[in-house]
Design a protein around this ligand. Structure first.
Ligand code: PGA
Length: 258
């Protein structure tokens, strides 16, 4: 049994004061939903304040990116060890980072290794563009992102205790992100069942592929979340826009409870 997991990706929204306000609204609603693992991923500048507010709750904290080096002259970057003091999760390879900031499968792979070495659970994002989808290239693109993003882990010690909970995969068809146009529910489940889990089984093992959690992301809202969560291979969601509203995000987490 895979425990449902819902993470909120706040993207580049919320000052410290605004983040404190949103978290104070979120905690009372999210805390009682014990059957679902929850996390929020706010901007770097708010992590310290949000970490303090989440202390003593079972709500996880994640960053939205990081660099793979331990330290050094890398102006503007954030090291894994800096995040590990505050966070449990880190989103890696989000399509916005791939599209606007030069993220590649190779840099995602370096970051995945660095995250695992620091006990940060990577939420690894994969997904095809609209053009790739329409030309029937979804399987090719998603397989490549997984094989290259997860390269070198299968025989490495980084895959913590060989536990499938040491990483999370998010399938986010790029054309469904922030567009209000969610993927078809069955289509999203089919990508997870027929492409993502088989590739993970090939890289690691069948039991790992059946145990690892795969989220759907892209225009998940309170009014469509349950339909995604009812699909057998979708274990939760990575929520963007709808995670900025406490009522909406809480309803999405509630929908993930079995
Ligand atoms: P969205 O974003 O829910 O606003 O579509 C999802 C994501 O980018 O993770």
């Amino acid at each position: 049994m895979r425990k449902p997991f819902v993470a909120g990706n706040w993207k580049m929204f919320k000052t410290v004061a605004e983040a404190r306000h949103l978290v104070s609204e979120l905690v009372p609603g999210l805390q009682p939903i014990l059957e679902v693992e929850k996390a929020i991923c706010p901007p770097y500048t708010t992590l310290l304040a949000v970490a303090a507010l989440l202390e003593g709750t079972d709500i996880g904290l994640g960053a939205q990116n990081m660099y793979w080096k331990e330290s050094g002259a890398y102006t503007g970057e954030i090291a894994p060890g800096m995040l590990a003091e505050l966070c449990n999760f880190v989103i890696l390879g989000h399509s916005e980072r791939r599209a606007y900031f030069g993220e590649s499968d190779e840099t995602v792979n370096r970051k995945v290794h660095a995250a695992l070495a620091h006990d940060l659970t990577p939420i690894i994002c994969v997904g095809e563009t609209l053009a790739e989808n329409e030309t029937g290239r979804t399987a090719e693109v998603v397989s490549r992102q997984l094989r290259e993003g997860l390269a070198g882990l299968s025989d490495g010690e980084e895959l913590l205790e060989e536990s499938a909970s040491s990483l999370v995969i998010a399938y986010e068809p790029i054309w469904a992100i922030g567009t209000g146009k969610a993927a078809t529910i069955e289509g999203a489940n089919a990508v997870v069942a027929d492409i993502i889990r088989p590739v993970v089984a090939d890289l690691f093992s069948e039991s790992f592929a059946q145990a690892v959690r795969v989220l759907y992301g892209g225009s998940v809202k309170a009014n469509n979340a349950a339909e995604f969560f009812n699909q057998p291979d979708i274990d939760g969601a990575l929520v963007g826009g709808a995670s900025l509203n406490a009522t909406e995000f809480t309803r999405i987490v509630q929908a993930a409870a079995p």
